[in-house]
Design a protein around this ligand. Structure first.
Ligand code: SF4
Length: 343
């Protein structure tokens, strides 16, 4: 009989932000090589990925998730790399679906493995998925993800997710100038009227290997102008504090889009997200340069109270607001790679 441990008062950081969202990277591996996340020049055949022994086990991930839930986490998102390349992932979903306090269990994926796993993930307790798709023509898509996967494979994944009951699927499109901004409108055309919400993401200086330059950022304003010129838009109020995407609906009722504007419209003020890497490092910001070793804690035999106290003190000391202070200099900092902690 598992002991029901008390839910503690919600942890708050130095800016009064509650701990509400936990993003767990279950692997640093991926079957794509997206230019803004895992450029092949860096993540090539000789790249040393994390050995299996260094990865958190499913039991360790479940234990940490339960501790975060005691501190107020309600939303858990599984990420990677590509989470579906981690073997037996539905088993982890089953374990997390039973964690007290977790109300929203989601996953971000590039979608091509969804036809194989969607039904099992749903049966295990997953609520919904977000699929990354950076263009809807094979040439542009291929340039962005540097793999041979066709757009049709991702669309098939989206269909499989919805057939399994994991929809409506949200679609994430990272826009990089000179690479795929010409696909902004065709993507809007493809998904409007389908119930799927397309979110445009400003290209970010995550990690330190994607060669980020401010000139390559297509701003939220430009994206909205491009879409709005063809399909008039109206702003939609946020569903909850800390919502990442700014939402807009099509004036003609054909659904919604979102924009995630970390560069031009930072949203650090109500950022409630913690991230744990596949080898158990806790990062309190996507653009952090260092983490806190939770794996050593759980493998060191720490008790529940000590673990909760450790997480609480890390969060209580948090003052991250990278996007508000971003400069050309900060962009060069040795920040943690997105493929290591997920978006
Ligand atoms: S930059 Fe860091 S603090 Fe700001 S919203 Fe992103 S993760 Fe949160």
């Amino acid at each position: 009989m598992t002991t029901q441990l008390p839910v503690l008062p919600a942890a708050r950081d130095t800016r009064g932000r509650a701990l509400h969202d936990l993003r767990i990277s279950v692997t640093d591996r991926c079957n794509f090589r997206c230019v803004y996340c895992m450029p092949r020049a860096v993540f090539g055949p000789d790249h040393a990925f994390l050995p299996r022994a260094e990865l958190l086990t499913f039991e360790e991930i479940a234990r940490l998730t339960a501790a975060f839930a005691r501190l107020g986490v309600e939303k858990v998102r599984l990420t990677g790399g590509e989470p579906l390349v981690r073997r037996e992932l539905p088993e982890l979903v089953r374990m997390l679906a039973g964690v007290p306090g977790v109300r929203d269990l989601t996953l971000t994926t590039n979608g091509v493995l969804l036809p194989r796993y969607a039904a099992d993930l749903k049966a295990a307790g997953l609520h919904r998925v977000t699929v990354s798709l950076d263009a809807d023509d094979d040439d542009t898509f291929g340039r962005m993800n540097d793999s041979r996967a066709p757009v049709s494979a991702v669309l098939e994944g989206i269909r499989a997710a919805e057939e399994a009951g994991l929809g409506p699927v949200k679609i994430n499109m990272v826009v990089k100038r000179g690479w795929n901004e010409h696909a902004i409108l065709s993507m809007a055309r493809r998904f409007r009227g389908t119930g799927r919400v397309l979110r445009y993401i400003e290209y970010m200086d995550v990690g330190h290997t994607n060669g980020w330059r401010l000139d390559d950022v297509v701003s939220a304003e430009e994206i909205l102008e491009t879409v709005g010129a063809a399909f008039p838009l109206e702003p939609v109020p946020p569903a909850y504090s800390g919502e990442v995407a700014t939402r807009y609906r099509y004036a003609d009722g054909a659904g919604e889009i979102g924009v995630i504007a970390s560069v031009s419209k930072p949203f650090c003020g109500d950022c409630t997200r913690a991230r744990v890497s596949a080898d158990g490092q806790l990062y309190t910001c996507l653009f952090a340069t260092s983490g806190h070793d939770l794996r050593a804690l759980v493998r060191g035999g720490v008790g529940h109270d000590e673990l909760d106290a450790a997480l609480n003190s890390i969060w209580a000391a948090r003052d991250d607001r990278y996007s508000e202070i971003r400069t050309a200099e900060t962009a060069q900092l040795p920040k943690v790679e997105m493929s290591y902690i997920g978006g």
